[in-house]
Design a protein around this ligand. Structure first.
Ligand code: G1P
Length: 289
């Protein structure tokens, strides 16, 4: 079965970005000229997905508005003969079909995904976390869909991290299946230092069998008292099998201050309008250090 739907949880409070995220959703913070969430949506579209399901919460309507058609803005831009800009703005509204579901209480990532069960139904689907931006030749999600089509089981994206960093991620233990692909044997959310030998960290890209909904419905609170997706993933791996995939590309944790700045730098150096001047500026700054 084809992967046609993508769930993007955007209900989180964004505490790591306060005070910037007090009155605007952290997903709307800008990287060069577009909000971080637009990069995620563009990756989804470029991967051939047909529908996005946002899991939202109070205060997140700016995200829905960003992907909506703005009649007044379109009118003003046309009056001012800014046709190219109007086309670009309208293009965002026409990117993909979007559905929103409200998560009424912050009960964890697992619970947020479970909220999508009625809209997703009985088919495999993708999950993308808004904090994780990936720069790659082929979209990260597309790489994962290619693997899913081959193995027909759930796939999680992973990257290698240092021993000190394992406690910040869901960690996968497994055995190599083929280059870049591992069969998942165990998973643990944010393991205490010294409790795992694996350096394979889950990043925010998943393709999941719909059995995950049944499992999530029975998952009890785990790390941090929240319903953890990772706990349900382990149950799914035991029930049906699961693969961990070392994607090709660079991932940025845009939910972290330093990671966000690194993402801005990387995306700005690839932006056709500013890359040359920006690169000259960085060289000047580096020389003055
Ligand atoms: C979430 C997941 C974790 C994963 C991480 C990737 O954690 O729970 O398993 O490794 O995203 O960014 P969070 O960063 O939301 O605490």
């Amino acid at each position: 079965m084809n992967v046609r739907k993508a769930v993007i949880p955007v209900a989180g409070l964004g505490t790591r970005f306060l005070p910037a995220s007090k009155a605007i959703p952290k997903e709307m913070l800008t990287i060069v000229d577009r909000p971080t969430i637009q990069y995620i949506v563009e990756e989804v579209v470029a991967s051939g997905i047909e529908q996005i399901i946002f899991i939202t919460s109070a205060g997140k309507s700016a995200i829905e508005n960003h992907f909506d058609y703005d009649f007044a803005l379109d009118h003003v831009l046309h009056e001012k003969k800014k046709t190219r800009l109007a086309e670009e703005i309208n293009h965002i509204a026409n990117l993909i079909d979007i559905v929103s579901v409200r998560q009424k209480k912050p009960m964890g990532l697992g619970h947020a995904i479970w909220m999508a069960r009625k809209v997703v139904g009985d088919e495999p689907f993708a999950v993308l976390l808004g904090d994780d931006l990936v720069l790659s030749e082929q979209p990260c999600l597309k790489q994962m869909i290619n693997l899913y089509n081959e193995v027909q089981e759930s796939v999680v994206a992973i990257q290698r991290v240092s021993e000190e960093e394992t406690c910040q991620y869901g960690i996968v233990e497994g055995r190599e299946h083929s280059p870049r692909v591992h069969r998942v044997e165990r998973m643990v959310e944010k393991p205490a230092p010294g409790t795992t030998r694996s350096d394979m960290a889950i990043i925010g890209r998943y393709i999941l069998d719909p059995d995950i909904f049944d499992i999530l419905g029975k998952t009890t609170p785990g790390h941090g008292g929240e319903i953890q997706l990772t706990d349900a993933l382990l149950a799914l791996a035991n029930r049906r099998g699961m693969y961990a995939y070392e994607f090709e590309g660079t991932r940025f944790d845009a939910g972290d201050k330093l990671g966000y700045l690194k993402a801005i730098l990387a995306f700005a150096l690839r932006h056709p309008d500013i890359c040359e001047n920006f690169s000259d500026h960085i060289k000047e700054v580096a020389q003055s250090l």
